[in-house]
Design a protein around this ligand. Sequence first.
Ligand code: NAG
Ligand code: NAG
Length: 148
Amino acid sequence: MHRSTLMLTSFIGAVAAFQCSSFNTTVTVSAPSYQPAFPSFADHYKSVAFLNALTARNASTTASPFKGAVNVAETFRISGEYCTPTPSQRPAYLDVQVLTHGLGFDKSYWNFGGDSSRYNYVRAATGAGYATLSYDRLSNGGSSVVDP
Ligand SMILES: *[C@@H]1O[C@H](CO)[C@@H](O)[C@H](O)[C@H]1NC(C)=O
Ligand SMILES: *[C@@H]1O[C@H](CO)[C@@H](O)[C@H](O)[C@H]1NC(C)=O
C-alpha cells in the first residue's frame, strides 16, 4: 500500500505542464574566412612561439598571419526544440525565450534532470508562461558537425 502511494505520487510529479516539439531546420551561411599564411607547426614549441609573437607588444610590426579572405558558403542542419505551456495553462500571448547553451553542452542543458526536475529550466520558464526555443549550436548535439 505504501509502495503504490509512492508510485502514484511520482506519477503525478512526472506529469509535465508543458509540451515540446523537436525539429531540424537548415541555415545557409555565406561569410568570409581567412586562410592561414603560415605552414603547419612542426611541434608545440613552434606553435607557442607563434602565439607569443602574435600577442607581443610589437605584434603590429610582424607580417599578417592570414592570407586574403575566401568566401565560405555552406548549408548546415540546426537541431532545435520549441516548448510551450500546455493549452490549459497558456497565457493569451507567449513571449519566446531563445536558449543558447554554453561550451561542453547541447540544448539538453535546458532540460536538466528531466521533465519533472526542479532544475529543468524549460519546465520553470513554461511554468511562468513563456515559450522556449532551444537549439544545438553548430557541431553540437543534433546539428551538423563541421570542419572548424
Ligand atoms: C534531425 O536530424 C538528425 C540527423 O539526420 C536525426 O537523427 C534526427 O532524428 C532529426 N530530428 C528530427 C526531429 O527530425
Ligand atoms: C618584437 O620584440 C621581441 C622581443 O624584444 C623581438 O625578439 C622581436 O624580434 C620583435 N619583433 C619584431 C617584428 O620587431
